[in-house]
Design a protein around this ligand. Structure first.
Ligand code: ATP
Ligand code: MG
Length: 593
């Protein structure tokens, strides 16, 4: 119920600006419904007249003409009824469709804009697949449900009300007879819905698991091939697929039951109406001349009434999916955003130094990662950070860019706490080559110029030359106009890193952070990246995280991190002399993981 109320708020938030459209739709609905409920009365009346004329016809010849005229008249009027009814329905559904398309579009844009405001912590916590599914299946479910159900719901409810009014207006006794079995139907429908909902939920879970399995196996396909596990993989797939089939079948059996059961109820009710109607027609106080028509009218009411209940009941699973979708979309909209300090200080770069002072940090409560870390980088210095895997090197980098905030202590640029800096200003002065490089779909030129879209060709080429990727790009048929993307990948891992380095060079950052920029490359490329780095680092304040100690021999200072604590600090010679952890690492260069 909680979920239902929250999702109603969600829909209201997006739909309230289309009040006028909804009013138009409502008016059209009322017109359509009015025509629809009037038609049976009209047919009933016409029938009564025809019967009375038929009676006349036996004795009176001219009556036949009358009957014929009336017959033609009835056909015409009916035609008009249905044309206007269809027209009103059409306008209603168009008006609704337009509002729905616009509002789901707004939901999608809102969700995506929200995504751009979220913290790195959010992206570390949530899987890509989960985020993506809110854009795809959840928004699709919302759109489909609104598109198909909203108009139906409006018409359905209006029609039920209209029918009730008409029935009680015509004949209260017959009206009671017609709706007497409704509670039974509702209980029956509710019972089936509860069952169906359970299996629809299971089905969704199983589909999610199946997708997860497929996703995981595609990513790991090379490992599967290497280990010849193709057949086992198919077997595993079959198990998941079978689960989906079972859940889907059960869900379908129950969901599929609603309509026929309701139609069965409709038939039973028709019989009840005919039986009691005839009884009342004969024994009750109904005018005998109109009794037959009245029963016919009520038979139609009964069918329409039940038809609506069946429609509403069977659209329930779609509504449920939309409610779930709204909850999941809303959940993401509620995530905490990154806060830019009000009146944040703008900086022009680093003049003096960058410091981490007494920094404590943890990602998760009670799991301290960095403990009392102190690091000072003077302007123009190159600091190297080494240490075993998981020791907290990337974490230090995360703090300098405010991907995360420290729990204790502070990070300072020229003695100003970075929490007082304007986020945009801070980040425009910090360039990071991440541990894993990413390509965006577009040309190589666009990829290099990603952080500075207005860069000239000369600047792009200069950056590429500094990163030692220019000569490779030149060998490509289309050069810098070659299209690349994360999927269609013409670069080796090392080349991708060089592209990332070029991208970072182009933005000319005051502080440069290279996280393991040489971990994935062969020794020749490593030497090349080394040169590229030396180019880039020259005269720039930099922070280099490296596993391969060869790449950091000429660092001004090397900081050794272990279990989140600085255990040694100094330049290469000093640390070697100390003959501690660093010396050990250096001597065991190739086995130190
Ligand atoms: N987003 C996160 N949430 C929770 N814990 C994390 C997160 N990122 C890293 N950690 C934990 O923090 C510790 C330090 O991780 P970090 O990535 O800083 O190591 P690293 O020194 O860069 O290792 P590597 O050399 O393998 O890159 C690890 O124990 C890791 O499990
Ligand atoms: Mg790391």
């Amino acid at each position: 119920m909680h979920e239902f109320r929250d999702s109603m708020k969600f829909f209201y938030r997006y739909l309230k600006q289309y009040k006028l459209s909804f009013l138009v739709a409502l008016v059209m609905t009322v017109i359509a419904v009015y025509l629809q409920v009037q038609a049976p009365v009209f047919i009933g009346d016409a029938l009564n007249k025809l019967v009375s004329y038929a009676g006349i016809k036996m004795t009176h010849a001219p009556g036949a003409d009358h009957a014929w005229d009336l017959f033609i008249g009835v056909i015409w009027s009916l035609l008009l009824y249905y044309v206007f009814n269809a027209l009103a329905n059409f306008i209603q559904s168009i008006v609704l469709s337009i509002s729905i398309a616009k509002s789901t579009n707004e939901m999608r844009t809102g969700l995506f804009s929200k995504l751009q405001k979220l913290t790195v912590a959010f992206f570390d916590r949530k899987s890509d697949g989960d985020i993506l599914s809110r854009f795809t299946s959840d928004l699709d479910n919302i759109y489909n449900a609104m598109n198909q159900v909203l108009s139906q719901l409006m018409t359905g409810i209006a029609l039920l009300i209209g029918l009730l009014i008409m029935m009680f207006d015509k004949n209260a006794q017959l009206a009671w007879v017609t709706i007497a079995s409704v509670p039974v139907s509702i209980i029956l429908a509710a019972f089936i819905i509860v069952k169906a909902r359970k299996y629809v939920d299971i089905q969704q879970d199983e589909v999610g698991k199946l997708n997860g399995y497929i996703n995981e196996r595609i990513t790991g396909q090379k490992i599967i091939i290497t280990n010849s596990l193709q057949e086992e993989t198919v077997e595993g797939f079959k198990v998941h697929n079978e689960q989906v089939r079972k859940a889907t079948l059960k869900g379908q059996i129950y969901s599929g039951m609603i309509f026929p059961v309701m139609q069965g109820m409709s038939l039973v009710n028709t019989a009840i109406v005919i039986f009691f109607g005839s009884y009342l027609a004969v024994h009750g106080d109904i005018d005998k001349t109109v009794a037959l028509g009245l029963v016919v009218t009520f038979v139609q009411y009964s069918q329409q009434f039940y038809n609506q209940i069946a429609q509403l009941a069977s659209s329930y699973s779609m509504i449920q999916l939309a409610i779930t979708g709204a909850r999941r979309v809303d959940e993401m909209l509620d995530e905490t955003e990154e806060v830019n300090p009000p009146n944040g200080i703008q900086i022009d770069g680093v003049e003096k130094d960058i410091k981490l002072e007494n920094v404590d940090f943890q990602y998760l409560p009670d799991k301290p990662i960095l403990k009392d870390v102190n690091i000072q980088v003077d302007k123009g210095q190159m600091i190297a950070l080494v240490g075993p895997t998981g020791s907290g090197k990337t974490t230090v980098m995360n703090l300098m860019n405010r991907f995360y905030d420290v729990n204790k202590g502070s990070v300072k640029f020229d003695d100003v706490d970075i929490r007082d800096l304007d986020l945009g200003s801070l980040r425009s002065h910090v360039g990071i080559v991440l541990q894993e490089s990413v390509l965006f779909s577009g040309t190589i030129r666009e990829n290099i110029a990603f952080g500075k879209p207005d860069a000239t060709d000369e600047e792009v080429i200069a950056a590429a030359k500094q990163a030692h990727i220019h000569s490779f790009v030149e060998t490509l048929e289309k050069g810098y106009d070659t299209k690349v993307s994360e999927e269609n990948n013409i670069f080796s891992t090392g080349q991708k890193q060089l592209i990332s380095i070029a991208r970072t060079i182009l933005t000319d950052p005051s502080l440069l952070i290279l996280d393991e920029a040489t971990s994935n490359v062969d020794t020749v490329t490593e030497a090349r990246i080394q040169k590229a780095m030396n180019n880039v680092i020259k005269g720039r304040t930099s922070f280099v995280i490296a596993h391969r100690l060869k790449t950091i021999l000429n660092a001004d200072r090397i900081i050794v991190l272990k279990y989140g604590e600085i255990i040694e600090e100094g330049n290469h010679e000093e640390l070697m002399k100390e003959n501690g952890f660093y010396a050990e690492l250096y001597n065991n260069q190739f086995v130190f993981e």
